[in-house]
Design a protein around this ligand. Structure first.
Ligand code: SF4
Ligand code: SF4
Length: 404
């Protein structure tokens, strides 16, 4: 097995990909779109007798990777923050367990890792039910720590990506179906943003997150750099409303989806929840970057919801600077705090990439001029004390536009 698997590709260009390994960094050249991908949809519940055969079916399907004895398999769940499974913040432990058991049966060396946005990894592992569920399995569990520079090309250049993910022989991406107040949904492609370690995440939010399109491209570039071999989507207990943190609302959908192409899986999720896939920035970016052509074969029943609750997306960049400042303060959606619920724990102001949060003994407040509307504060608040809200003038404008 190679030292660094991701980004090394010995295939010739006419086979669809070309990338170059440098001494201590990797260059990733975008892949050509793959042929039509299959997405498997199965009804499921959080019962191991139900989940195990479905996960095994997906990972043994024709498009799933071959896992050789001794291969390093990296399982990348969504470990956003310490939370019980019923909060729907994280990939359910039974799905992680079934994936690990499948790889272990193949004789693989299994590692389970992520870089949570907030809270300690140990606490997350305990509170999320993983410690209990995975007890007795011969797996390595640890947060991403070391990184390796990966050149993802213009405009982002070199990005530090989790070394363990880049060195794995097979990456299995275990995403959670959730809404996202900045990006609409956080699905399979966005789950790989977790391979950006620690405070590098808010740093990239600040560098690219002001513009949703640019941020979408960044996420897709990171996803392509890691290039997971298979994606399974936990849509059994999904999240709607103001996700992806504790301000979101759990919503039971009873679905597990899986596919080789996370772009195709995300596409099918959009169809399921009644969203035009091109309204998902990561999906649109992938299409524009020539990474996905929208062709998908569905194995299973596609049920389309007409009442899934999406967050309202705002914009930060509007008009000339003076007008922009006015719009940011009085019109555009912004984070607001419920200072009765706030425990002044400090997670939000420690994480805020724009340093736009200040606090007193009475609670926190936001600098609406410097806030980039990344909504990381919503994501990391452990007490659901922050939500996104349009100021009165913004609501009035929205009402007038709607009722013209
Ligand atoms: S708003 Fe939430 S994250 Fe911020 S200090 Fe209060 S409780 Fe902590
Ligand atoms: S205040 Fe919240 S939404 Fe604004 S930049 Fe900071 S983390 Fe992002």
């Amino acid at each position: 097995m190679g030292l660094i698997k991701r980004g090394i590709n010995t295939k010739l260009p006419d086979e669809g990909t070309l990338s170059v390994r440098l001494l201590m960094s990797i260059s990733v050249v975008q892949k050509a779109p793959t042929a039509m991908s299959t997405v498997i949809i199965r009804k499921a519940a959080y019962d191991y007798q139900v989940i195990r055969p479905i996960v095994f079916e997906m990972l043994a399907s024709g498009e799933a990777p071959t896992i050789d004895a001794g291969a390093r398999v990296l399982i990348k769940p969504n470990f956003l923050a310490p939370a019980a499974p019923e909060k729907a913040l994280t990939t359910h432990p039974l799905i992680v367990k079934a994936t690990a058991e499948f790889a272990l049966e193949k004789g693989a060396r299994v590692q389970i890792s992520d870089s949570p946005a907030t809270g300690s990894f140990t606490k997350l592992f305990k509170k999320g039910g993983y410690a209990e569920t995975l007890n007795g399995l011969d797996v390595t569990v640890k947060p991403f720590e070391k990184t390796i520079p990966v050149d993802v090309g213009e405009p982002f250049g070199t990005i530090d990506v989790a070394k363990d993910a880049m060195q794995a022989d097979v990456v299995v991406n275990l995403a959670k179906l959730k809404t996202h107040t900045q990006m609409m949904l956080t699905l399979g492609v966005k789950n790989l943003f977790g391979c950006i370690v620690g405070l590098k995440k808010p740093e990239w939010h600040l560098r690219a997150g002001v513009d949703r399109q640019v941020f979408g491209r960044l996420i897709v570039s990171i996803f392509e750099a890691v290039g997971p071999e298979y994606t399974i989507m936990d849509g059994i207990l999904a999240m709607e409303g103001q996700g992806p943190g504790k301000s979101g609302t759990p919503r039971e959908l009873g679905l597990l989806m899986g596919g080789k192409s996370a772009h195709a899986v995300d596409h099918v999720v959009c169809l399921q929840v009644g969203l035009d896939p091109d309204n998902l920035e990561t999906h649109r970016s992938a299409r524009e970057m020539g990474l996905y052509d929208g062709s998908v074969h569905i194995d299973g029943d596609l049920t389309i919801l007409d009442d899934f609750q999406f967050p309202e997306l705002g914009t930060l960049t509007m008009g000339p600077e003076r007008l922009g400042r006015f719009m940011r303060k009085f019109v555009i959606q912004q984070p607001v705090a419920d200072n009765k619920a706030c425990k002044l724990c400090g997670e939000c102001w420690k994480y805020c990439p724009a340093e736009a949060i200040s606090y007193t003994i009475r609670g926190i407040s936001f600098n609406t001029n410097t806030c980039i509307r990344c909504y990381c504060c919503l994501e990391v608040c452990p007490h659901a004390a922050i939500r996104a809200k349009k100021p009165l003038a913004g609501r009035l404008v929205a009402w007038l536009t709607k009722n013209r």
